[in-house]
Write a protein that binds this ligand. Structure first.
Ligand SMILES: Nc1ncnc2c1ncn2[C@@H]1O[C@H](COP(=O)(O)OP(=O)(O)O)[C@@H](O)[C@H]1O
Ligand SMILES: [Mg+2]
Length: 399
């Protein structure tokens, strides 16, 4: 049978392992959130004053990726907002994500839009961030609304806010003091505990009137979370117990990351389906794990600037060489692409940075009277590096 026809026929016949694939998507809000009762209570309690018409404290929520922060906060604001609709309160809860809105300006426009402001009031260009923000505050005052603004992945905001606008961020977080009527509360969510070091301490102190930390999930907790999700996502009996257990173990290995566990079972299901297997087994999960790792590595390589890529190509060519050997290879590669080479010091530093990302590993060796040096080798397959680098036109013929 024609391969295209065959696949279409299969899809038409409805042969699928999945019952509802969409519940494995990141944005899905499951009916029950397990192992997070205390956190749900804390977040709700912190925001409750808004229902009684007073201003809640600003709140900072922390935890490693995949610990359920976005899920819990989104659920709580949805629930509060539902009640508001029924009772017709002047309350508004707004969700923004600074990884999606990659400028402070964009984030504020998105915020204002969700308050019902239009293009005229919120132009995409032509006014300053503080003017934009003043307009939003007037709107809050005019309508006398109590507003909660969630800024998810706020650690990104710290990186995108340029030095000049650091003060603006401070004023934004203290905005409530400027309001004659209505109120504004901030909920910041961060995947990263060290982001406090990047942001202005004044911003931190006004944001963190209250703090909630989400702990990592244990492997056992991940197991029950994943089983719950499998029940709705897959046809019954399709996923073998060994496969779901493996997802929990692999996702729990680094830190208890529920996103990782769900991604694993989704990709494993897709692989099983492609294999025309009637069940999802441990092998599919192993393959899924490798594929996800590979995708992560590819993304990391693609995001490197030119000289990092050249250094990586040099390590690949001179695999196992000392820093000096790799530097010489790097210089040769620079000539090949007509780039001025950077200093050996800079390249040594770059090698440590790439080592931290896990793509290469370094081993200290003693060279007698010449002191110590490091030898570097790739930790990932050269084919993967080569294929990924070739997607950059500069490297097409070189590697
Ligand atoms: N306790 C839980 N029960 C069910 N699903 C969960 C739970 N915690 C996290 N998840 C799921 O794991 C994924 C990651 O959760 P998320 O809230 O986005 O993590 P974070 O924001 O902390 O990085 C989402 O798909 C979410 O639905
Ligand atoms: Mg999140």
């Amino acid at each position: 049978m024609d391969p295209v026809d065959e696949l279409i026929a299969q899809a038409e016949a409805g042969v699928s392992l999945f019952a509802d694939r969409d519940v494995l998507h990141h944005s899905h809000i499951p009916d029950a959130i397990q192992h997070r009762d205390a956190e749900q209570t804390q977040v709700t309690q912190s925001l409750l004053p808004i229902i009684r018409g007073s201003r809640p404290s600003n709140l900072l929520v922390y935890g490693k990726p995949g610990t359920g922060k976005t899920l819990v906060v989104r659920k709580v604001i949805l629930k509060i907002q539902e009640g508001v609709k029924r009772r017709n309160f002047p309350i508004k809860l707004v969700y923004t994500n600074s990884k999606v809105e990659t400028t402070l300006y964009g984030l504020l426009v998105s915020f204002g839009r969700q308050l019902g402001m239009d293009d005229k009031e919120l132009p995409w260009t032509g006014i300053s961030i503080s003017a934009l923000f003043t307009r939003i505050l007037s709107k809050i005052e005019r309508d006398s609304i109590n507003v909660v603004l969630v800024i998810d992945e706020i650690d990104f905001l710290a990186k995108i806010v340029s030095k000049g606008s650091k003060d603006i961020l401070y004023h934004v977080t203290r905005a409530n003091e400027r309001l004659q009527s209505g109120s504004l509360t901030f909920v910041g969510i961060s995947n990263n505990l060290t982001f406090k070091d990047i942001l202005d301490p004044r911003v931190i102190s006004s944001l963190s009137e209250e703090e909630i930390v989400f702990p990592n999930y244990t492997i056992e907790q991940l197991r029950t979370i994943i089983l719950e999700r499998i029940k709705v996502a897959f046809n019954s009996g399709v996923v073998e117990e060994s496969a779901s257990n493996l997802c929990a173990t692999l996702a729990g290995r680094e830190h208890g990351d529920a996103r990782r566990a769900i991604d694993l079972i989704r990709v494993a299901g897709e692989i099983a389906e492609r294999d025309q297997s009637t069940s999802v087994i441990g092998d599919h999960v192993h393959t899924a794990f490798e594929k996800i790792e590979e995708d992560k590595e590819t993304t990391a390589i693609k995001s490197y600037p030119l000289h990092e890529k050249l250094v990586l190509a040099a390590v690949m060519r001179a695999n196992g060489s000392t820093t000096g050997g790799i530097y010489n290879t790097y210089k040769g590669l620079c000539k090949g692409v007509r780039q001025k080479e950077l200093s050996q010091r800079r390249i040594t530093q770059m090698l440590s940075e790439i080592e931290m990302s896990g793509l290469i590993s370094g081993r200290l060796v003693h060279q007698g009277i010449h002191g110590n040096t490091k030898k570097f080798k790739l930790t990932i397959s050269p084919d993967l590096v080569r294929d990924t680098l070739r997607q950059d036109a500069t490297f097409e013929e070189m590697v």
